[in-house]
Design a protein around this ligand. Sequence first.
Ligand code: TXA
Ligand code: MG
Length: 318
Amino acid sequence: MISDLEQAVAAIRAGKLVAMPTETVYGLAANACDPEAVMRVFQVKRRPSFDPLIVHVTDQEMAAHYTVINETAASLMDVFWPGPLTLVLPRRSGLADAVSSGLATVGVRSPDHPMAQELISASALPLAAPSANLFGRVSPTTALHVQQQLGSSIDCILDGGPCRVGVESTVITFDEQRQVLVLRPGGISIEHLQARLGYKPRMVSSDMHSAEHLSQASPGLMKNHYAPAVPLFIKQQSEAWPQGTDWGCLSFQDEVSGIGACEVLSSGGDVEEAAQQFFAALRRLEDSGVARICAELVPPQGLGLAVNDRLCRAADKT
Ligand code: TXA
Ligand code: MG
């Protein structure tokens, strides 16, 4: 199951699926130009066909074959690529239509991981890759996570170790005035984008995620995503942690006692470390046998915003 690069390249070129490491999370990759391979990605993930995939490329030059790159986009690619920034841009011909769910745009990014870069360049193909988890569930940050959830239905897994960033890429697009709009907070912080742009990019707020607005702007970003197998509740700052062995707690900095299981994201209070640990900690809690999970939000700076976004979407809404 765990394969080498040569097998992975052969699999991609034969229209098969390969789980590949990136710096954010593991992706489920397929030749983005092959409609049948792309279709299999949707099937294996049980992902609705209206939720577009990100196309992974080596660099800006390769992105220019498939997208129309405006000046701001080019300058952001110069600074943040390879890295966790996905740009939604007008698409050119060449990619399978299903990649971007029939939209006139496509999301592109250049992953900052040597194995992902080698897989793209050795197969000489753009790779459509969503996170390698079942639709709506917790994203994988190790090869083992992928194997546990999708092992029986995919051909090849490349093991590149635990992901360095731990949350998915920041997804941006441009409004009519060419201003950057953040569709999903992620591995490139708003502060870093702001420093480069000279203004604070507008966020498509999460309460718009179920609304019509987002189904047009970014179809996949609905609520009830990233859900662990047991219900998750968010603790307000003023509230105490719950008590009892039924509870698993996801804490930012401090150990919680009197519960079934506790995961601390960063005892030193570092939001980047918290982001890196986040999905694996959530998985350990769901596997620990607790009936429900209580989580606290992390400080909303840097990658903290991405962690809080995932937590709010994982939370039980009933
Ligand atoms: O870090 C990442 O971005 C990871 C790794 C594997 O690269 N990939 C990832 O893919 O998170 P996925 O499929 O789980 O999330 C991609 C999201 C979609 O759900 C959608 O919201 C947005 O990116 N997206 C992609 N193409 C789009 C488009 N043309 N228009 C609007 N939003 C788009
Ligand atoms: Mg995903």
